[in-house]
Design a protein around this ligand. Structure first.
Ligand code: SAM
Length: 221
């Protein structure tokens, strides 16, 4: 199967099952106009996150890696109106666009953006007594995934869900000799997930408009 086929199947599924509304289309337009990289989750993945939040009854969500807030909006849509969404973003320009997108989506009062490297904002959150979060979505710099897992464990409770994006990386994840720091970060993250007796986890490969990749999902026991 070729990349073109994955992409056309993704479009077919997205058109049939997801049909982005004008708000989500506007997010893509605003992100593109601001020159943000097109590395947000795909529409089918975004809706998957929304459903996961709904199915798990999440009322508090922590996202690491906001970009323009496309995935954040899907996550927020899967939670009740009185829920709390905190999203962490290192790049002030990305955060500015995301904030504007949240305003247009009518979600500004429910989503808090923390600007700065997540390894600085996560300890601040913990110090403030934030959490426990019901759902954590990890989607930032992959080399730091092992640290993000450690923080996620501190900021969750039994029953919480931890989802991590981009764990296949065009198949590189299976290369145990890799020197790529991001792939090494993903591999260490997966090993830590497997070794941690507090977690029940799996990972799923995906193909689609974002190429060959995948996500892991873990439930805190
Ligand atoms: N979750 C977003 C979505 O699907 O719409 C996409 C996030 S994008 C893949 C990764 C984001 O993480 C980028 O905006 C990048 O600036 C941010 N990022 C990278 N390193 C970071 C760090 N150390 N702390 C916080 N954010 C970081």
């Amino acid at each position: 199967m070729t990349n073109d086929q994955w992409t056309s199947v993704d479009s077919y599924l997205a058109d049939l099952l997801v049909s982005e509304d004008s708000i989500l289309v506007a997010v893509h337009d605003a992100n593109a106009a601001a020159g943000l990289p097109s590395i947000d989750v795909s529409p089918v993945q975004g809706k998957f996150l929304m459903l996961l939040a709904q199915i798990s009854g999440a009322r508090s969500v922590l996202e690491i890696g906001t970009l323009g807030g496309y995935s954040t909006i899907w996550l927020a849509r899967g939670t009740p109106v009185d829920s709390r969404i905190v999203t962490l973003e290192a790049e002030p320009k990305h955060a500015e666009i995301a904030r504007s997108n949240f305003g247009h989506a009518g979600l500004a009062d429910r989503i808090e953006i923390r600007i700065g490297p997540a390894l600085e904002t996560l300890p601040q959150l913990a110090q403030e007594g934030a959490g426990p979060f019901d759902l954590v979505f990890i989607d930032a710099d992959k080399r730091n995934n092992p640290h993000y897992l450690e923080w996620a464990m501190k900021l969750t409770r039994p029953g919480s869900i931890i989802v991590c994006d981009n764990i296949v990386r065009d198949g590189q994840v299976a290369d145990q000799g890799t020197s790529d720091p991001d792939v090494r970060g993903v591999r260490r993250f997966l090993e830590m997930t497997a070794e941690d007796e507090r977690l029940d986890a799996t990972a799923v490969q995906t193909v689609g408009s974002k190429g060959w990749d995948g996500f892991s999902i873990a439930r805190v026991r």
